[in-house]
Design a protein around this ligand. Structure first.
Ligand code: HAM
Length: 421
């Protein structure tokens, strides 16, 4: 019997894990500068939390949830995204009472039973951030700037930040009505999905791959914004632009989750053959209250790690980060295994070597010296340090270059500085 990873999941092998790590550390760096602190919430929550926060009629809730009953008959679901859980934790632990505002980030796996394809998985990783307690357009501009800074710091080429405002509970219903009236007239031209969407969630028609681009003359939300929403969006744009923001206004931009109000945005990049949405987010001023918390404005975003790593790799080209160098420790005879082992562990923990990105490997001391050298070679080591009885007597080691096969005896005390040379 042969096992394989489950459809839609994937193993992150060491080479890719290192790339994930690069993206994560760039993100942690930017979060720190913008004053965000890390939060870790469970990978599963009550099913009703997601129904309540993401919207009953969204694709994620209707078709993509990994919902299950546990042994106690509780209805649970693997989290399809991070916002709902973070908001739940924010409310549960009364984080609003600790500070006037609160900025949190998270890194973790999410689960959606979507049809897998390049860049679309059933288990995927997100890096996200949520900030609570600031209703000002400055908070929207700051989140946009954070997102831009993050993708800039990864040197992702040609990403595009698209922004829009979905209005609020006052003006969005007017837009919804106008859109529904328009769609009624076009009903016979709509795809089957959109005929259903038209009734339950008409804004999603704008997002439809078939009907979205095809329908001419669709009303757009900007014509229906109330004065407050218009002024909020104008200020957001102005502040962002003044701080060096680069964006395009896309009045047809909508999101697949229902909790958004006012500002929404999406980051796209051209990754060949894969999904192009790298990140998305926006303001969700009603959500905290909706799930039983105080009336508290909030906003955030999340990026998809797999897609961001793809875009990052494509943008790296020749400037890929330098590889670590490797030095291998070998023993010449069974009598010196203890000394060789001691040297291996000493060098491995040495801070000077670590700072110089020199990795240490070894530990195959029972094998013949030739076999140890061949392992070193296959690992791509540049040098081998050979510990022998003679060397021990004179407090020396032999340093062998695996490229040139030349070797020299050097005092043990000079080994580290010689390796760095
Ligand atoms: P979202 O647009 O559903 O928003 O997802 C954000 C990002 O997660 C997407 O742009 C994409 O890069 C990645 N992603 C989504 N689904 C998949 C998948 N099946 N496979 C691979 N990557 C995927 C949210 O999740 C919101 N919680 C964002 C947010 C935070 N809004 C406010 N705060």
């Amino acid at each position: 019997m042969k096992f394989q990873s489950v459809r839609g999941t994937h193993d992150i092998l060491p080479a890719e894990a290192a790339q994930f790590h690069q993206v994560e550390s760039a993100a942690r760096n930017v979060f720190e500068r913008f004053g965000f602190e890390e939060i870790r919430t469970p990978t599963f929550e009550s099913l009703s939390l997601f129904h309540r926060s993401l919207g009953e009629t969204t694709d994620v809730v209707e078709k993509e949830m990994y919902a299950f009953e546990d042994r106690g008959g509780r209805k649970l679901a693997l989290r399809p995204e991070g916002t709902a859980g973070v908001v739940r934790a924010f409310v549960e632990h009364h984080l609003d009472q600790i500070r006037p505002f609160c900025k949190l980030f998270y890194i973790g796996p999410m689960y959606r039973a979507e049809r897998p394809q390049a860049g679309r998985y059933r288990e995927f990783w997100q890096i996200g951030a949520e900030s609570f307690g600031n209703a000002s357009p400055a908070a929207d501009a700051e989140t946009l700037l954070l997102v831009q800074t993050l993708f800039d710091s990864l040197k992702i080429k040609d990403f595009q930040l698209k922004i829009n405002s979905l209005g609020d509970e006052k003006c969005r219903p007017l837009y919804r009505r106008a859109l529904t009236e328009f769609l009624e007239k076009e009903k016979s031209n709509l795809c089957e999905d959109c005929r259903r969407r038209m009734v339950i969630n008409p804004l999603r028609v704008l997002d439809c791959k078939i009907d979205g681009p095809r329908l001419g003359g669709l009303p757009t939300v900007d014509a229906y914004w109330c004065d407050e929403c218009r002024s909020h969006f104008d200020s957001t744009r102005n502040l962002f632009e003044k701080a060096g923001g680069r964006f395009v206004f896309v009045p047809k931009l909508v999101r697949g989750l229902d909790y958004y109000s006012r500002t929404v945005f999406e980051v796209t990049a051209d990754i060949s053959g894969a999904q192009d949405a790298l990140a998305a987010g926006g303001r969700y001023d009603g959500l905290v209250k909706d799930i039983g918390g105080p009336n508290m404005p909030a906003l955030g975003f999340a990026l998809g790690m797999e897609r961001t790593v793809e875009a990052w790799k494509a943008s790296q080209g020749e400037s890929a980060p330098g590889r670590h160098r490797l030095v291998f420790i070998a023993a010449q005879a069974p009598e010196v295994i203890a000394e060789a082992f001691q040297l291996l562990e000493e060098l491995r923990l040495d801070q000077v070597l670590r700072d110089a990105s020199i990795d240490i490997e070894g530990g195959f001391f029972e094998k013949k010296l030739g076999a140890q050298l061949s392992i070193a070679d296959r690992l791509g080591a540049s040098h081998c340090v050979i510990v022998g009885q003679d060397e021990i007597r004179s407090n020396e080691v032999t340093l062998r270059s695996l490229k040139t096969s030349s070797q020299e005896r050097i005092p043990r005390a000079r080994l580290i500085s010689r390796l760095i040379e």
